[in-house]
Design a protein around this ligand. Structure first.
Ligand code: NAD
Length: 499
């Protein structure tokens, strides 16, 4: 396989039909370090045809493979991921600009997801329905949806692909995956592992290439039964529109503008204060804020604001930026020049609207910062009219708003068109649960931020998306449900007299 053969169709690695290629940049140095095939509509059609053929073939093929064998394959994939942890973690770090440790953690989470769906699918086998007659046998069974198009973003390339691929395979589907054009390398590596684990040819297909051609074709193609998309709101809206023409199933995991609500009663002693500040930093700045669930809106009780923001800013200024493989680096760069420019533009607009800069607000200077680095930035005195508070920046930018009452805190936290995730910090468990119950977000953390569990659903309210990944619902997305009603003693119904 040559470096440019990154398109996988029917078990074969290929270059793009057009011969086009794309350089993949290391965002820490802004220099190319790999070349991949730049696929187009022709490659996409071929991949869909291969997935279609693999799905539609007869007995013994993947959709009809016994569930125990499908689960065993998923477990082998989990083991291979663990075997290749260092290599994959490094590749992800280089491609997406995250630290090596973040890359390793991603691989662990991905292996856990494969193992989880292997266990789940073994225990989710439909049900017998009591039809009210001993002469009727009625069952509800699950079947695969068909050919799935899986479209993923650049911030968690391996993880997002796996949250789709693992349940899609567990349920017996075939698929075409399209990674972000910026970060395709670990998805290519994952497809190789699926082959090594013994997945039949044609079940897993991959097209590297841009969203405007490959992604758009997958979304509109009548040969695709389901499109599962993770990415931004604009692209998600286009995918939904394109999918409507063939009424395919649509699952969308979109952006977030996530509140992290801190009550003063969470910080009544030094340990509570330290924990809430530490986790607010983690919520906002891990992976340089390029996280869909980033706690990018700090909503802090007015009486606590000055002390909290001063400490937060002091510590944000001390976050060490660097190349992912630099062992002292705590945060990597942004993924691209475009993402850096977007972040700078949001900060400039906030300052023009009256926000007060407490930390960051600039690119770091000097050797080692040739890539797309931006300092963790804290913007105080923010309010709802500012774009930086309403729109997803997807960079290391934290805005600060304040509240006086519980109702005000809830209203601010819910005042977003998104609804992906949020945090509540309180020393009063009753208040914390009450507020969590009122938040219109798909995940709420109480006295924590960011952990997720493969067995718990992930997804958003509002414009954060449609459907859920992970958990039993994450498997259900990839299944059709069929009712089979069997009459064990058939006789005429005589509804019509004519006979
Ligand atoms: P993006 O929307 O630009 O791209 C996502 C994917 O869609 C890429 O593979 C891209 O090539 C493709 N694409 C672009 N236009 C398309 C089109 N018209 N039709 C089909 N596919 C198209 O997003 P991004 O910049 O790569 O990722 C960042 C976004 O992803 C953020 O908004 C973030 O919040 C979101 N995200 C959400 C979750 C979640 O779980 N909800 C997780 C990670 C990222």
């Amino acid at each position: 396989m040559s470096a440019q053969q990154t398109i996988h169709v029917g078990g074969e690695w290929r270059e793009a039909a057009s011969g086009a290629t794309r350089e993949i940049l290391d965002p820490a140095s802004a220099t190319p370090f790999a070349v991949v095939a730049e696929g187009g509509a022709e490659d996409t059609d071929a991949a869909i045809a291969a997935a279609r053929a693999a799905f539609d073939r007869g007995q013994g093929e993947w959709p009809r493979t016994p569930v125990a064998e499908r689960a065993a394959l998923l477990r082998r994939v989990a083991a291979l991921l663990r075997r290749d942890r260092e290599e994959l973690g490094l590749l992800e770090s280089r491609d997406a600009g995250k630290t090596l440790e973040e890359g390793r953690v991603d691989v662990d989470c991905v292996a856990d997801a494969f193992a989880y769906f292997a266990d789940l699918v073994m225990n989710e086998s439909g049900r017998v329905v009591d039809a009210g007659s001993p002469d009727v046998h009625s069952v509800v069974v699950h079947e695969p949806v068909g050919v799935c198009a899986l479209i993923t973003p650049w911030n968690y390339p391996l993880l997002q692909a796996s949250w789709k691929i693992a349940p899609a395979l567990a349920a017996g589907n075939t698929f075409v995956v399209k990674p972000s054009e910026l970060t395709p390398l670990t998805t290519v590596a994952l497809i190789r592992l699926l082959t090594e684990a013994g997945l039949p040819d044609g079940v897993a297909n991959l097209v590297t290439g841009p969203g405007s051609t490959v992604g758009a074709r997958l979304a509109e193609h009548p040969g695709v039964d389901l499109v599962s998309f993770t990415g931004g709101l604009d692209s998600g809206t286009k995918v939904m529109r394109a999918a409507a023409g063939s009424v395919k199933k649509v699952a969308l995991e979109l952006g977030g503008k996530n509140p992290n609500v801190v009550f003063a009663d969470a910080c009544t002693d030094d340990a509570g204060f330290d924990t809430a500040v530490d986790q607010a930093l983690n919520a906002a700045f891990i992976h340089s804020g390029q996280v869909c669930s980033a706690g990018s809106r700090l909503i802090v009780e007015e009486s606590l604001r000055d002390r909290f923001v001063a400490e937060l800013a002091r510590r944000a200024d001390r976050i060490r930026l660097g190349h992912g493989t630099d062992k002292d680096a705590e945060c990597g760069p942004l993924v691209s020049a475009q993402q850096l420019a977007k972040t700078e533009e949001y900060v400039a607009s906030a300052l023009a609207d009256g926000a007060v800069l407490r930390a960051g607000g600039t690119r770091p200077e000097g050797p080692g910062y040739e890539g797309y680095f931006y300092r963790p930035t804290v913007l105080d005195r923010c309010h709802r009219a500012m774009r930086v508070v309403r729109e997803e920046v997807f960079g290391p930018v934290l805005t600060v708003e304040t509240f006086r009452t519980e109702d005000e805190a809830v209203a601010l936290a819910n005042d977003t068109e998104y609804g992906l995730a949020g945090g509540v910090w309180s020393g009063d468990p009753g208040r914390a649960r009450r507020v969590a119950g009122r938040l219109r977000h798909g995940t709420v953390w109480i006295n924590d931020y960011h952990p997720y569990l493969p067995q718990a659903e992930w997804g958003g309210f509002g414009k954060s998306g449609i459907g859920r990944e992970l958990g039993p619902t994450g498997l259900a997305e990839y299944r059709e449900t069929k009712h089979v009603y069997q009459n064990l003693a058939p006789r005429p119904v005589r509804w019509f007299a004519g006979g």
